[in-house]
Design a protein around this ligand. Structure first.
Ligand SMILES: N[C@@H](CCC(=O)N[C@@H](CS)C(=O)NCC(=O)O)C(=O)O
Length: 239
């Protein structure tokens, strides 16, 4: 069986597990500490990063871009009939998402409002670009550019899932001003893939790190009304 080496709140891992879940490919998962990486992991991960996926043949694969391309090639494709051009377009939009994972992590960890605003700028450029594309294709497909969930949707899922948790817990909306992206976020969340692709205690672990007393958003979570935000958490560890 496929094995995924993981760190609980890593968005790069979630992209991989979301694709495994979307394709209904069985897998097992092993969580490691990034502060104290086991030797066996260092031997199979050249840069010491998760995710690593060990194939059914025992071949370790690293780099989430390579891993998702492997899964799309080696198992029944989410989108089997794409031209080389369409595949390249999808790769490009997927890269735009994964290039912003750490941008979002860093924005979420901002200690004050000014830092949050500065760090959010790059992320907002990406959301603005997607907003424009979704606007052009308005109503044609429920997903990014397909009738069923595709590779671009999977790549953006970690960003949109995290934005939803942050909004619910702190009232800060990374997607304010991007109504098409927000509608797309709701479509993706309605698939259930967000929850399926993370551990049962993901949201608590995420909150412990990003809505801790050390972060600006954690401070907002204490004051957010209507019962949406209920706790400011202690510190944890992250990407
Ligand atoms: N380019 C890598 C990035 C993966 C990455 O940054 N993983 C983080 C966790 S979210 C990590 O393993 N950090 C530990 C380290 O860099 O030592 C990929 O796409 O797989």
């Amino acid at each position: 069986m496929i094995k995924v080496v993981s760190f609980k709140i890593c968005p790069f891992v979630q992209r991989v597990t979301a694709l495994l879940e979307a394709k209904k490919i069985p897998y097992e998962i092993e969580y490691i500490s990034l502060k104290d990486k086991p030797q066996w992991f260092l031997e199979i991960s050249p840069h010491g990063q998760v995710p690593v996926l060990i194939t059914e043949n025992g071949q370790p694969l690293f780099e989430s871009d390579a891993i998702v391309e492997y899964l799309e090639d080696a198992y029944p494709a989410l989108a089997p009939d794409l031209s080389p051009e369409q595949r390249a377009v999808n790769r490009a939009w997927s890269y735009l998402a994964s290039k912003n994972y750490l941008v979002q992590c860093s924005a979420q960890r901002s200690a004050d409002k000014a830092t949050l605003s500065e760090r959010s700028q790059k992320l907002e450029k990406a959301f603005a670009a997607v907003e424009a594309v979704l606007e052009q294709g308005e109503g044609e497909t429920p997903y990014f550019n397909s009738a069923t969930i595709g590779m671009v949707d999977i790549a953006w899922l970690p960003l949109l899932h995290r934005a939803a948790i942050i909004e619910q817990r702190s009232c800060h909306d990374f997607l304010a001003g991007y109504p098409k992206v927000k509608a797309w976020q709701q479509t993706l969340l309605a698939t259930g893939l967000a929850e399926l692709s993370v551990s049962a205690d993901f949201e608590q672990a995420f909150c412990d790190f990003y809505l801790s007393g050390e972060t600006f958003l954690g401070g907002r979570s204490e004051s957010c009304g209507d019962g949406r935000a209920d706790q400011a958490c202690s510190s944890g560890s992250c990407c």
